[in-house]
Design a protein around this ligand. Structure first.
Ligand code: PGA
Length: 264
């Protein structure tokens, strides 16, 4: 795992946006896995600016989102479809056939989950997956205790996660309890992973998944087994890491050819 600690969240977002932009430039038909939440907002904004300024074509990319709320209309302000349209898809002019988000309004959840896995199988593999992390160490909405072998399925949110996601819902009752999320194995099947975490509220989860034991109680810790993971942090999220000096040294001493993927 490569741990990259930046001066602040904005710089971490800019660096990760350059990495995604360079991947698209190199591979115009990139299959990109996307996350929602507050963490990747700056990354998406910077990515849109970079794509615009370099006049890159995104007509051939395909995207797969990690998750969606069950029982929330796609047009609801709190749905992840609304989030993605507002923060990325409309700005990039993606066609409807280019992006994929689980259908939280489906009649049959198991069928929808299988359909989503089939789509990833048919159009994938996901070549670069963007992730955030929950305070409880979840990735996607794979809450603690999720099987490392899991695939896209229905999950019940913890009360902590519900409260963290309260902002766009008008009452506590309205905050969804259920989601469709890619499973941990689905995420692990991606060829490369970029995880972002910002703020002191993520410091415990970050230290636990990078340096703690691999455990289903900290779902992100499975990433220790993935051969290509980059973690972008701000100093607050990195504050509880024991080997912080080493990670910083590794990045500072990176050979120039390895820095090409961050080129502006
Ligand atoms: P956040 O959520 O970006 O809103 O902190 C991250 C997550 O739950 O994965």
């Amino acid at each position: 795992m490569e741990v990259i600690v930046c001066e602040n969240a904005e710089k971490a977002s800019a660096l990760s946006a350059r990495l995604v932009k360079n991947k698209i430039k190199k591979q115009p038909d990139l299959v990109l896995g996307l996350a929602t939440g507050s963490t990747p907002l700056q990354l998406y904004k910077q990515l849109v600016d970079l794509i615009d300024s370099e006049n890159l074509s995104v007509k051939e990319i395909t995207t797969f989102n990690l998750d969606e709320y069950v029982g929330v209309a796609a047009t609801h302000p709190g749905s992840y479809q609304t989030y993605m349209k507002k923060n990325l898809f409309e700005a990039l002019n993606l066609r409807e056939d280019q992006w994929h988000i689980p259908n939280g309004e489906c009649q049959d959840v198991s069928q929808e989950c299988q359909h989503y896995e089939n789509l990833i199988d048919a159009k994938g593999p996901i070549q670069l997956q963007i992730l955030g992390i929950g305070r409880d160490g979840h990735i996607g909405f794979n809450e603690p205790g999720s099987s490392f072998g899991s695939r896209t399925r229905l999950k019940t949110l913890t009360e902590e996660t519900r409260q963290d996601n309260a902002l766009l819902f008008s009452s506590t009752e309205e905050i969804p309890r259920h989601v469709i999320t890619m499973g941990i194995q689905t995420i692990m099947d991606s060829e490369e992973i970029v995880l972002l975490a910002f703020g002191a509220q993520k410091a415990d989860a970050v230290a636990a998944f990078i340096e703690g034991p691999v455990s289903a109680s900290v779902p992100a810790s499975i990433l220790q087994f993935h051969p290509r993971v980059k973690v972008f942090l701000d100093p607050q999220a990195a504050a509880k890491l024991s080997h912080l000096d080493y990670y910083q040294e590794v990045f500072a001493q990176k050979p120039s050819w390895q820095m090409l993927e961050f080129e502006s």
